[in-house]
Each structure stands twice: as C-alpha cells, then as structure tokens.
Design a protein around this ligand. Sequence first.
Ligand SMILES: Nc1ncnc2c1ncn2[C@@H]1O[C@H](COP(=O)(O)OP(=O)(O)O)[C@@H](O)[C@H]1O
Ligand SMILES: [Mg+2]
Length: 415
Amino acid sequence: MRREKRIIPVSSGKGGVGKTTIALNLALALSRHGRTLLIDLDMGTSSVRNCVDVLVQRDLYHFFKKNYSLSDCATTLSTRIDPKGEYKNFAFVAAPQHLIEDVTNFDRAKRERLIDAINRLDADFIVLDLKAGLDPSVTDFLPHSNSGILIFTPHLIAATMAAADIVKAIMFRKLRTVFAPDSPLYHEMKGVPPALINALIDRVEDPYDSPIHDLDAFIDDLHHALGDHPIIRYVASAIDSFVVHFVINRFNGIRESYETAIKPFARALAENVTAHLAIEHLGWVVSHAKIDESNVRRVPVLIAKEDRAPARADSAMNELSRLAARYGKPRPAPARKPKAARADGAHVAAPYLDGQLDMLRRMQDDLGGVTYRENFLYIAYRVLHMIDSRRPGDFGDTRLYKRSEIAQALARRGR
Ligand SMILES: Nc1ncnc2c1ncn2[C@@H]1O[C@H](COP(=O)(O)OP(=O)(O)O)[C@@H](O)[C@H]1O
Ligand SMILES: [Mg+2]
C-alpha cells in the first residue's frame, strides 16, 4: 500500500532520556514497511552518527553550507552492519560533527529552508530526532495538531515536566498564530482587538500570573467577555483536536511508571495547559544493558545479533502487529466542563488517569513475554496502525507547516 508521506518528530523536554535510541530504532523498524529517513536535528551533539558505525560523507553542513539537496546528504547502512540488506530502505541525515555556530544554532531563514526541503523529500516515513529544549529549532519542527512522539522516563520528574512544557509551547504557538494581526482568521474576530486577546494569552502563558493559568480558564474568560463568539470555537477546536503521544523509556513496571511518569505528566498538562487533552501511550522500552551497549558499539539494537534468542518467527511478528492494532481507536479526551464544575487540575485529571492506568495494565498483559528488541517493534506497529487508520494530522503530519501556514490550516479545520 502506498502511503502519504508522514513526518514523525521525536522529542523530549530534556536530553538523556532515550530520544536518539528510540528515534533510530523506530526508523529502522519503519523502514521494513517503507522508505524511511531519520534526520538528526539535535545539532551540536550529532548523536545519530555516533550510534551507527558507518562513514558519513555528507551531513547537514553540506545542506546548509554547500547547497547539496537534503537527499544527497543522506547516509545508508553499509553491508558490514546490514549484510542482508534488510534495512536498505533506511537512511539518515546526520547533524554536523563539529560545532559550527550558524549551522548549529540555525536562524529562521535556515529553519524554513530545511522545512521546505523536508516537505519535498520523497519518502514514506520521516523521523526527526529533535534536540532537547524549547527553542524554535524544536517547536518549528513539531506538528500543530499533535505532539509527535514525546519520550519521558520514570523518576526523572524534571524531564517529564519539560515534556509537558513542549505541549504547552505547541499550543501557545498555535494560539499566537491564530491571533496574530496578519492571521487569516482576523476578519472573524469581529471587532475584538487582537492586542486584547494577545495580552490575555501572555497572562495565561505566564505561570506566575494567576488566576488564568490554563487554556480552559482562558476559554472561560473569552466566553465571559465575548459571549458565543466564533473565535472561541477556533480556540476550543485547536485544543480539543490535539493529541499527545508518548513513549516511556526505561519502563520499570506499572506502578513505578504510572506514579513517577504518567501521572505527573497528565497532571502537569491539566494544571498548566488544559485538562481536555487526549493523551495516548504508544508503548515502552525497558532498561537493558544491551540497549546501552549497542549505542556504544554503534550497531543499533534492532540490527545487533542477539546472543541466544533466535529472531522471532513471522507469526510472532503478526501477533505483535495484532496486539498493536487493539489500540487503533483514539481514546476521547475528557469532556469540557463549565467553570463551576471544575476543581483544580489534579481533580479534573483523576478519572482520565484511571483510564491511563487501565491502558498500562492491558499493555502489560499484551507485552508480558516480549524482548527488549520487540519493545521497539511494538512501538513501530502502533505508529503504523495509527498512520493507516487516522487522518494525517492526528499523528505526525504529511508536511511541516511554516508559521504563516498554521493559521490557514486551523481555519480549514475549524470550519
Ligand atoms: N532503554 C534503555 N536501556 C539502557 N540504556 C539506555 C536506554 N535508553 C537509553 N539508554 C542510554 O541512555 C543514554 C541516553 O540515551 P539517548 O538515546 O542518547 O538519549 P537522548 O537522545 O534523549 O539524549 C545513552 O547512553 C543510551 O545508550
Ligand atoms: Mg539524542
């Protein structure tokens, strides 16, 4: 089946949580199903090339400085690490090996050049290994309708909070484009001065400025001030159509992962962004010495020969795919409640959290006997099923939108 190209950004609030490991092995797994390109946008640490033992002839330096096309900067695996050519549909674009100021910290013009090039690429799956943090070299590469794949990990609360902040950044970036003076939605604001709304957005975004500390309160305020205004519909649909997808790395059992990763994440979203976001768990990767070792030896886990366990038979792969398909339908976000019925974020999130725990238990039952390598395959199957069963903007996207295009896309979706 020929799919529409899908761009899948992998991000985390902080470094060291397993972004590169997961992006790389996910891209390898996806390449068995279509042409896949992994792009290392973590400039400065250039981590993908350090995890794959092949000679890189051209990288993003050549794209930015030497005018090579992006596809001419891609590196494929050598027959030494992929002797049977099982991953011939996989290639990666490495970040520059050395720090070069204007390539590493690239400005808006360079970002847009890269976005255009990514949008022109001919591939089925494009996986982006983003850098940690929240500057435009991260947010400009995230879809406006979903989070791509966020990685966080038990017991690293700071990274989990930073992952929630990524969601906040995407949402506010979207709101600011909607309410920009040159927004195509401007004429629908019917006499509402954008300066007023932007001042309100500033206050909501600023966590030190209570009482409007989340987007739900923002909508209530808009409602109060404007009555039943079309602009509120855009804002509400921008929030309600958004889905957060995440993967837990270094999974260490249901209780630990739930209490020290998923629950704090969902609460942070409810308290600082909105209690109406749908969050979707795409799987986990256990902590395993072989995973770390494969990065050190520079042969990705999925390719590395296992010592004892033989490769799984096709029937087992089909089983994994079938299990992944069980979660084909998106779980609806919690319903929007009027202000009076809302307590603080912690309470709003409670019933939804129960659903997350339930999902974890079901996944635990499904994945009980799988190996650490199959953790990556399962995530890839979840991704494939989502791509095949949902609209493009529901997961990843078919293209990256430049700032100027986001409001146009939103206007189409809200109508
Ligand atoms: N599931 C895991 N089990 C064991 N080691 C891991 C696992 N995930 C990541 N690591 C190790 O943790 C370190 C950080 O992982 P990496 O993928 O580079 O994170 P990031 O890209 O988020 O900075 C690496 O040394 C990697 O080998
Ligand atoms: Mg990395």
